[in-house]
Design a protein around this ligand. Structure first.
Ligand code: FBP
Length: 524
């Protein structure tokens, strides 16, 4: 057994606020206060925790790993899982695999004990274990996984990740079942992008903290725009496929412009048209004496534009064939050649492990800025000075909001009960997130129910589809009703930094997206 050195020891210091956050007592919903009384009731589409008579369980050995981009609250999943396992039996053990599935397959691990837990409570990042984007997909990787499970005598394996991770967790659960490994595989819904939801998952963790962090900074930019009155702030926001982050930040801060990739794609808006739309607003605001403003741009926007998408797809295909953008032809070549050299370079970077272009590394903010500048430079009265900004990595590892800290701790505890009761292929979830914690219910969703068929690498595969912004949903409707007013008039709002103390009001506030979505009647 390889054992990894705890990464914590390399970061022994904490700021006063980080120290204070160690003492934040996370509330749990009532059933978790006495975990030994909890049992699962089948509700058809999901199973629900209810209280019953006490059950005793032998000690459990459980492995856990993070996967994909970090998201605030992940360390509280470890804390909740550890607490749940110890409540089930004081001799239970939690093994943390290092650097994601890559470290798991190589059996690089640490045992998580009271010492580690004392340091990670309510802290930001995935620091204790690290994370990675290795996937467990092939037959060979499944076999390797089985060996690690057997070697460590694991009764449970908890995957903290997004749609892809949970998809693979499901396939692994089936494989382990087939091999009679008696190890439960459980998923925890994580991603700041907010695109793992639906089917009983109300929100992925990390979205709350990330959007509050970005909105706080966008709010500051709004006030700067209105004070100095000389800059346009073009803010690119993370969210590769879905624009939930941009939509939430727009609702929180009321910028002059915000694009939603799903709408752009549906209306088949070209990149050229986007540039024209921004230029038009810049000119109209200049006519109103306002040579300043804020614009929000989702990371996935360039892929949502039909012309850019065709060019990016052509670049990806060439890359997979060992060729380069020099080999582009026709309209794709024309578009590629019209882009600034810095952007051309970014578009030619290596693909990510999913075979996608790394959009977080493409400066769409800069690109739109340069193209708009070209369009408005000779217009009378327009003084266009633009500051391109990217908010993404800045919000993934923030100190978790009270909401994420609490949600994650509760999710970790729910996962421990799933393992105890040998439930495999389930994702832990909480129902009633828009309600006070005392009214939350612990549920678990069979991952199989979330699966649909998608073409991956030319073959049909069962996967969890990403939850994109619903253009008929309340959050988008609210935005589209108000956005025209925000364009020329200044309705800027500044939500300020995340609050930790004012528990009753601001401290436990949820995202506007969650509030608006939960107003709808049906849960599924
Ligand atoms: P996950 O889906 O893994 O949570 O990651 C989401 C994300 O934050 C995207 O918005 C972004 O495209 C991606 O991570 C970039 O990640 P990295 O540069 O760390 O690979």
């Amino acid at each position: 057994m390889h054992s990894g050195e705890s990464k914590l020891s390399k970061h022994p210091t904490k700021s006063p606020l980080e120290k204070k956050r160690l003492d934040y007592e996370v509330p749990v919903f009532p059933i978790l206060k006495n975990i030994q009384n909890a049992y699962w009731k089948d509700e058809g589409k999901y199973i629900k925790l209810l209280a019953h008579e006490t059950q005793h369980s032998p000690p459990l050995r459980v492995g856990v790993m993070f996967s994909g981009g970090p998201a605030a609250g992940g360390l509280n999943v470890l804390w909740g899982l550890y607490k749940g396992l110890k409540d089930i039996h004081s001799e239970s053990a939690l093994i943390g695999f290092l650097d994601g599935a890559g470290g798991f397959l190589e059996d690089r691990q640490i045992e998580i004990t009271d010492k580690e837990i004392a340091e990670i409570k309510n802290q930001g990042g995935f620091t204790l274990l690290g994370t990675g984007r290795t996937k467990i997909e092939t037959e060979g990787q499944m076999r390797q996984a089985l060996e690690v499970v057997k070697k460590n005598r694991l009764q449970g394996l908890v995957f903290v990740g997004g749609d892809d991770t949970n998809t693979n967790a499901y396939h692994l659960s089936k494989y382990l079942e087939k091999e009679k490994a008696r190890c439960s595989v459980v998923g925890i819904p994580k991603t700041i992008d907010g695109d793992l939801k639906g089917g009983g998952i109300e929100a992925s963790f990390g979205f709350d903290t990330a959007t509050k962090t970005y909105s706080s900074m966008i709010g500051n930019l709004n006030k700067d725009a209105l004070s100095a009155k000389k800059y346009w702030f073009f803010v690119k926001l993370m969210g590769r496929s879905a624009s939930h982050v941009t939509l939430e930040c727009a609702l929180q801060t009321k910028p002059n412009l915000a694009f939603i990739s799903e709408e752009v794609q549906k209306k088949k808006i070209t990149f050229k048209k986007i540039v024209e739309m921004v230029a038009k607003t810049v000119i109209e605001r200049a006519e109103a004496g306002k040579n300043y403003g804020t614009t929000l741009i989702p990371e996935g926007l360039i892929e949502a534009c039909s012309d850019m998408k065709a060019m990016i797809d052509a670049c990806n295909t060439l890359k997979k064939e060992g060729k380069s953008a020099k080999d582009l032809t026709g309209e794709e070549k024309e578009l590629f050649d019209s882009l600034p050299p810095a952007i051309q370079k970014q578009l030619q970077k290596d693909l990510d492990p999913h075979g996608n272009m790394q959009l977080s590394l493409v400066s769409t903010d800069q690109l739109i800025a340069e193209m708009v500048e070209e369009k408005v430079k000779d217009k009378k009265g327009v003084e266009f000075k633009v500051v391109p900004i990217f908010y993404g990595y800045d919000g993934r590892c923030a100190l978790p909001s009270n909401f994420d800290a609490t949600y994650c701790y509760n999710l970790g505890m729910i996962a421990s009960i799933l393992v105890r009761d040998r439930k495999t292929g389930f994702m832990a979830s909480v129902k009633g997130l828009d309600q006070p914690v005392g009214e939350w219910s612990g549920i678990a969703i069979p991952i199989e129910n979330m699966m649909s068929q998608e073409e991956r690498h030319g073959k049909l595969k069962s996967v969890i589809a990403k939850a994109l912004v619903d253009l008929k949903g309340k959050p988008f409707k609210e935005f589209s009703k108000k956005r025209d007013k925000w364009k020329i008039e200044d309705h800027y709002e500044s939500p300020g930094p995340i609050q930790y103390d004012d528990e009753a009001s601001i401290g436990f506030s949820k995202t506007l997206t969650l509030g608006l979505e939960q107003k709808k009647s049906s849960f599924f």
